[in-house]
Design a protein around this ligand. Structure first.
Ligand code: G16
Length: 562
């Protein structure tokens, strides 16, 4: 092995020695990076810093990102994930190395792993191109300490620089990394300008000839006591056409991050978050999660009742699908299947958690619906295969992706139409699609920009919250968490819809499911918590509860209590 230099070895040894791996600690990159109790995370974060710097070197010095967050998890947890140069999640091909490095038992073992990996990947250490890692963190109390660990890891690769972008939403950092590598404006101010301007543009394009009641402009947002609420407070006065009131805003004294509030709580528990009450009846409400990469909507219907009407990621996706289809039809002519002005491969990506009623609704529209495993890293990759790919997890994590090639065609079309048919329905529709591609985050799911797109589409359609709810009726569903000895002993297949190990478990699930009308049930190990998740769907809530419980009992019995 070529010696990368004494200095490089020494730098790696020094960084690894500051944050030794405690006995028994075991990290796994999981669904969305490393996560654990915040005070135990420093070794994994420091090592993720090394990985991020190596990734940047591998990509010829392109900026990559590192964000310190445990998203929807409790405030005491923390985590780290790496953002690739395109603004998406780190290449899955690098996860095994990240796992190995995070679990390297000693500083010496860590150095050997890095040297071997650099050699295998053709990365020149100790003096190749410079590397750059953009850093961000959410509002968790352990964030600052872990940021320091990340910086130490990055600096352990000679020639790498860490650029602290501050306290941001996770999607803001993804957006910055993508923009920077495309030589676009990439500051936080630029992000705010882009979303507020494209939102304004979409509202200007709302047709004035539509019938129906004026949409209620009032919107209440549950910020999960996290960073999303704080960022929204900063820009809400620039969002003309909306009257936003932020609750659980993240300001001092308002409440605890993600505790009985936020998108994960609202979607899973289907009850109103803390701080909401009868005064909010019938107002459209949105809920972000702790790092603002998930979005759901809800409405409180009657006083004294904590249950809500929930609009989850599936229904957000369906709303976006209808809007985009309407614009494509306006451009191409609805019945013109032969000579389309703008031929478009339009696809939708969901996971096993998608409510069966939503999938049926989308298929009935004639759309291509693909399924992937849970995790934005899988959905995003699949959605990139289309000219316009929309993905959403039921939990509210998703976005709409426009391919670069499609955007160029759209830009040429709008230029052409602006000279021959300016103001025509076709021209307006093309402009709407362009504004949509500017508004909605092209790097990752983003609660803030997703919410503004929802608001623009509702105004465009003159739709009330009820119109939106009425798109289809969700099948009742139930989710449970089961604690077991070793959740990784469950192995799944078919986009996590079937279990292949331990043997016999799938047959038991099939037998239970067969007892229920519209019954569906699957189990999978979580990639962010030490639990097995059980999802059940059936024609009544009571049936869901029983189905989920009986399958959970099988899981507990077969896998053993912890
Ligand atoms: C992360 C991922 C999501 C995933 C969720 C739950 O969300 O980004 O794609 O759905 O975890 O994953 P699991 O069921 O494996 O625990 P977040 O918002 O926590 O980053």
């Amino acid at each position: 092995m070529a010696d990368p230099g004494v200095e490089q070895r020494a730098a790696l040894l020094a960084a690894a020695s500051v944050f030794p791996l405690p006995d028994g600690a075991r990290f796994s990159y999981g669904t969305a990076g490393f996560r654990a109790e915040g005070s135990t995370m420093a070794p994994a974060v420091c090592r993720a810093g090394i990985v991020a710097a190596l990734r940047s070197l591998k990509l010829g010095g392109a900026s990559v990102g590192l964000v310190i967050t445990a998203s929807h998890n409790p405030v005491g947890d923390n985590g780290v994930k790496i953002v690739d140069a395109d603004g998406g999640m780190m290449s899955q091909a690098w996860e095994p190395f990240s796992d190995a490095l995070a679990n390297a038992p000693s500083p010496e073992a860590l150095v050997e792993l890095v040297l071997q990996f650099a050699k295998d990947e053709g990365i020149t250490l100790g003096g190749g191109p410079s590397a750059q890692v953009l850093l961000a963190r959410d509002t968790r109390p352990t964030g600052e300490y872990l940021l320091d660990a990340a910086v130490k890891g990055i600096n352990a690769i000679i020639g790498a620089t860490a650029l602290d972008m501050g306290i941001l939403t996770t999607p803001q950092l993804h957006w910055m990394v993508r923009s920077k590598n495309k030589s676009l404006k990439a500051s936080e101010e630029d992000y705010f300008t882009q979303v507020t301007e494209s939102f304004r543009h979409l509202l200007e394009l709302v047709p004035d000839d539509k019938y129906g009641d004026e949409l209620n402009k009032k919107l209440i947002v549950d910020g999960a006591n996290g960073i999303g609420g704080l960022k929204l407070e900063e820009i809400k006065t620039k969002l003309t056409g909306l009257h936003i009131h932020v609750k659980n805003s993240g300001k001092e004294g308002e409440g605890i991050l993600n505790e009985s509030c936020g998108a994960d709580f609202v979607q899973k528990e289907k009850v109103l978050p803390l701080g909401f009450g009868p005064e909010d009846i019938d107002v459209r409400c949105a809920s972000f999660d702790g790092d603002a990469d998930r979005l759901v909507y809800f409405r409180i219907t009657s006083p004294g009742n904590t249950t809500i009407d929930l609009v989850d990621g599936d229904k957000i996706l369906s709303l976006f699908v209808l809007f985009i289809r309407e614009q494509l039809d306006a451009i191409n002519g609805k019945d013109n299947q032969e000579n389309k002005v703008l031929p478009t491969r339009f696809g939708v990506v969901q996971t096993a958690y998608a409510n069966g009623a939503s999938t049926e609704f989308l298929k009935n529209l004639g759309l291509e619906v693909a399924f992937t495993s849970t995790g934005v890293k899988y959905l995003h990759k699949k959605a990139l295969e289309y000219d316009i790919g929309i993905y959403f997890e039921a939990n509210g994590h998703g976005t709409v992706l426009f391919s670069d090639e499609f955007i160029s065609r759209l830009e040429s079309l709008t230029t052409k139409l602006s000279s021959i048919a300016t103001g025509s329905a076709q021209h307006q529709a093309a402009l709407r699609l362009l504004a949509t591609s500017q508004l909605i985050n092209q790097a990752v799911g983003d609660a803030l920009s997703g919410m503004l797109l929802v608001e623009a589409v509702l105004q465009h359609k003159r739709w009330s919250f009820q119109n939106w709810c009425d798109l289809y009726t969700d099948l009742p569903s139930k989710q449970l968490k089961v604690k077991v000895k070793d959740r990784t002993s469950i192995v799944t297949t078919d986009a996590e819809r079937r279990v292949c190990q331990p043997s016999g478990l799938q047959e038991l699930i099939d037998t239970e499911v067969a007892n229920y009308c519209h019954g569906r049930c699957f189990v999978r190990p979580s990639g962010t918590e030490d639990v097995v998740r059980v999802y059940a769907e059936a024609s009544t809530m009571e049936a869901c509860d029983i189905l989920a419980k009986s399958v959970a009992q099988h899981v507990e019995r077969i896998l053993g209590y912890p």
